[in-house]
Design a protein around this ligand. Structure first.
Ligand code: 5GP
Length: 179
């Protein structure tokens, strides 16, 4: 399918299924080589990362532990900035090699706010693997250890990513069509 309609918007294919699978396999190979002999904890950030996580994990040659979290932002009672906490984080991170799995890093706000909370638990290392990176839109100095594709600053859906809850099921990634 080259074009899809999600709610009121039209999208066209940007990364087809084969391109995504090839790149995810490469990422898995790189991660497996970097963490050879270790048992890293993969923290998959829901909802968007579920397909990326499933495909990446199945291509690893190391033995991973996998946990799923949701990040929730809320305004602190006194502070003006928002606070990001993880829902569902039940594994003790102390001394662990953690690899965060994200579908897309856009401004970088979410991860930038969450990383200090993660560091409080004193993991041995924290790495970030993101399938997509809107590099032009990122305003925080995040170190992204594994990036699938650097993409332009245009809205995308498919392969786990949604538009208002719709469009996650596609095996390709679609970009908003120009009007
Ligand atoms: P950030 O905090 O880096 O600005 O945003 C990260 C989150 O915004 C992603 O996890 C994702 O939920 C959402 N997001 C950013 N850009 C897109 C996009 O192009 N498409 C979709 N579906 N979600 C996006």
């Amino acid at each position: 399918m080259n074009k899809i309609q999600v709610l009121d918007k039209s999208f066209e294919v940007y990364l087809d299924a084969t391109t995504i699978q090839t790149r995810v396999r490469e990422m898995a190979k790189q991660i497996s080589s970097d963490l050879k002999g270790e048992r890293p904890l993969f923290l998959s950030i829901l909802n968007g990362s579920f397909l990326f996580t499933a495909d990446l994990i199945r291509n690893l040659t190391i033995d991973p532990e996998i946990s799923f979290i949701k990040l929730a932002s809320y305004k602190g009672m006194r502070s003006t900035g928002s606070i990001t906490t993880a829902i569902g984080l039940e594994v003790d991170l102390a001394g662990r090699d953690v690899i965060l799995l994200e579908d897309i890093v856009d401004t970088g706000n979410t991860l930038y706010q969450f990383l200090p909370h993660l560091q409080q638990q004193q993991p041995r290392s924290v790495r970030i693997a993101t399938l997509l990176h809107k590099a032009e839109a990122t305003v925080h100095p995040l170190v992204l250890d594994y990036v699938g594709f650097v993409i332009p600053n245009k809205f995308v859906v498919g392969y786990g990513l949604d538009y208002d809850g719709w469009g996650r099921q596609y095996d390709a990634i679609y970009q908003l069509s120009n009007p």
